[in-house]
Design a protein around this ligand. Structure first.
Ligand SMILES: Cc1cc2nc3c(=O)[nH]c(=O)nc-3n(C[C@H](O)[C@H](O)[C@H](O)COP(=O)(O)OP(=O)(O)OC[C@H]3O[C@@H](n4cnc5c(N)ncnc54)[C@H](O)[C@@H]3O)c2cc1C
Length: 396
């Protein structure tokens, strides 16, 4: 069985390492930080079994104008970085058109349909069950009109993909989840989805499972990767590693990284922020507050608020105004809530404009593999694309 090196120990890299290990390969994971400390740490922790269709870019002029004028809390655009994003945005716009999005969703849904089956054995074997809640994901609507408009589309998705959907009134919701106190018209509850109360800890638990099963985890910088006579070599803190195959699983850093080997992969980085607040009573599940464009997710560290997308280059400083707005909005929903310590985290959803992750063989280099670009759902999809890549590698 081959020696395989995986660069990047987020949910995707760790998921891939476990899948390859299960097939009998000798696998080394290399990261400059401990596993699960970057994007896979700071997300909303939802294992999105309901996300059968990837987020399309809205194509109606009114919504695009709202985005352009900064009147939406879902998406904000850094005008000075627009030239950098113009090409992928245009591709994203085209890919979001009805027929094309339907075709992409056909592939996406096949992956999402198996995510719980791919996470479940890892959760069990790593003893991480206490981190997982099987209480679904809610979509909250403050106004009757918005709820009424959302229901037909939600029912279409539920019927198309066989998902469990409940449409509940504000009153029923508040009985089911007493933490929600403010006026709400109602909610869509996607009962198939799971959530994690500490996403970084779940990746750490999976990485520990990999290590205990004979895998190697090393600290080192992927930038030292070079082709070798029989494969690839990279420098770790404890010496050189040589492997027949290398998998690039560097999340939002992947597109820049593969440029050095001549691959141009346009990536849209959608920045998100989080902070923690402390309610008197924690909600029972995560919710998307649909009219204010943020997710509230009960976590071990408090109630995590995660912001919508800011299209901005990775190196720019924080401008967490979407999070500020979310913090104001949540106080009208959960009034008994205390401030956290004020720490604001940010990271970037690694989105490809075609909305599907890049999983497979690099076109021009023997033994080089890609597994990145999981966008809004990498925490959900990591173990699944890990299996897909492992199968491709064995079939090659
Ligand atoms: C605010 C927010 C909320 C989200 N909510 C959800 C959610 O609820 N559900 C969901 O499924 N997804 C969610 N996502 C998306 C999800 O977090 C990402 O898709 C996923 O974490 C990507 O995983 P990854 O392993 O590809 O990248 P990462 O987790 O970022 O891992 C990449 C790794 O590469 C390493 N690395 C980078 N460069 C180098 C180098 N030169 N040398 C060595 N190592 C290097 C990094 O240290 C890192 O560990 C959210 C994202 C954000 C930002």
């Amino acid at each position: 069985m081959s020696e395989i090196l995986i660069l990047g120990a987020g949910m995707v890299g760790v998921g891939t390492a476990l899948a390859l290990q299960a097939r009998g390969h000798a696998v080394t994971l290399l990261d400059r930080r401990p596993p699960g400390q970057e994007t896979s740490f700071g997300n909303a922790g939802v294992i999105q079994a309901e996300a059968m269709e990837p987020y399309a870019m809205p194509r109606d002029p009114a919504t695009l104008l709202r985005y352009a004028l900064g009147r939406s809390n879902d998406v904000s655009l850094s005008w000075r970085d627009l030239p950098r994003f113009a090409r992928p945005l245009l591709t994203y716009f085209r890919a979001s058109a009805g027929r094309s999005h339907a075709e992409i969703s056909r592939h996406y849904a096949r992956m999402i349909a198996r995510v719980r089956d791919d996470h479940r054995p890892l959760i069990e074997a790593s003893g991480a069950g206490a981190l997982i809640r099987e209480s679904g994901l809610g979509e909250l609507y403050r106004s009757e009109g918005r709820l009424e408009r959302a229901v037909p589309e939600a029912r279409r998705k539920a019927d198309t993909y066989g998902l469990q959907l409940r449409v509940v009134s504000g009153e029923v919701l508040q009985t089911e989840d007493p933490a929600i106190k403010g006026p709400v018209a109602g909610a869509l509850i996607w009962d198939d989805s799971w959530s994690c109360i500490d996403p970084g800890a779940l990746v750490t638990a999976y990485a520990e499972l990999f290590r205990k099963s004979g895998g190697t985890i090393l600290n080192g910088n992927a930038d030292s990767l070079q082709p070798a006579q029989t494969g690839w070599r990279v420098q770790s803190d404890t010496g050189e590693v040589v492997a027949e195959h290398t998998v690039i699983a560097l999340g939002p850093w992947s597109a820049d990284f593969v440029k050095r080997f001549g691959y141009s992969v346009p990536m849209l980085l959608k920045r998100g922020y989080h902070t923690h607040l402390h309610p008197l009573v924690q909600p029972t599940r995560p919710y998307l507050d649909a009219e204010h464009g943020y997710v509230l997710a009960p976590m071990r560290a408090g109630l995590r608020l995660t912001s919508g997308a800011e299209l901005v280059a990775q190196h720019r400083p924080q401008r967490p105004f979407q999070l500020d707005q979310a913090t104001r909005a949540i106080r009208t929903l959960i009034p008994d809530i205390a401030d956290g310590n004020g720490t604001i985290w940010h990271g970037h959803r690694p989105c490809l404009p075609g909305m599907l992750p890049r999983v497979g063989k690099a076109a021009r280099h023997r033994g080089l593999w890609f597994n990145f670009g999981h966008g809004h759902q990498g925490f959900t999809l990591g173990p699944t694309t890990g299996h897909l890549l492992a199968q491709m590698l064995d079939d090659a």
